[in-house]
Design a protein around this ligand. Sequence first.
Ligand code: 13P
Length: 250
Amino acid sequence: MRRQFIAGNWKMNLDRASAVALAKGLVKEAKNVDGVDMAVCPPSVYIDAVGKAIAGSKIGLGAQNMYHEPKGAFTGEISAGMLLDLGCKYVILGHSERRHVMGETDGEINQKVHVALEAGMTPIVCVGELLVERETGKTGEVIRHQFDGSLVGLSAEQMAKTVIAYEPVWAIGTGRVATPQQAEEVHLDLRKIIEDCYNKETARAVRIQYGGSVKPDNAADLLTQPNIDGALVGGASLKVDLFMGIIAGV
Ligand code: 13P
């Protein structure tokens, strides 16, 4: 069966001291958690310090992005090898902020997904529609297009290892969470797409997280949906009690 996976995307928040303090606070609480995978994805400059703070704990380390080339003249970029070197197991790819603020394309995301998998990392690949797309009935089409573009060329084995995060853009940082039914509908669609492109077994294996204004008070309703296998948490991952409150909803 799929294990629930709750990951914190710290985005461009915190400073070194508060990032380490948050990590230490989570380590303490995580001792009592069983049967759930947990991870934090700090800003890249704090990955090393946070990695040290969570070493030996139940919390996995992730990055928020990476570049697809292994090395060279790519000023400002970070490779998969560098992230592995710091102990990263996960990397978020194609987050909506990267798609819509930085203009990342499905093709670029797909290159990164392949490199991450080849490096032995688990990519958390984000998909999600804009408000106008939902309101004009285009959600299914947008999700299918992002799935096909970002995940093309993966073997069934690679697909099974990949985590997908459904993050409706209108629910990110807005406090406007998708209803459990709205989220479940898209998660089920995604699973059908995977079955269509691969097979039943692969579709059953892939973990699909929901992201967008997840808080302790709405977590349980979302996480108990049959096709929701965890959460990718932004704002509420910056506070120990809120993040642990979400994990308690599993
Ligand atoms: P919020 O939880 O702050 O809405 O952010 C969600 C998100 O973008 C996680 O990647």
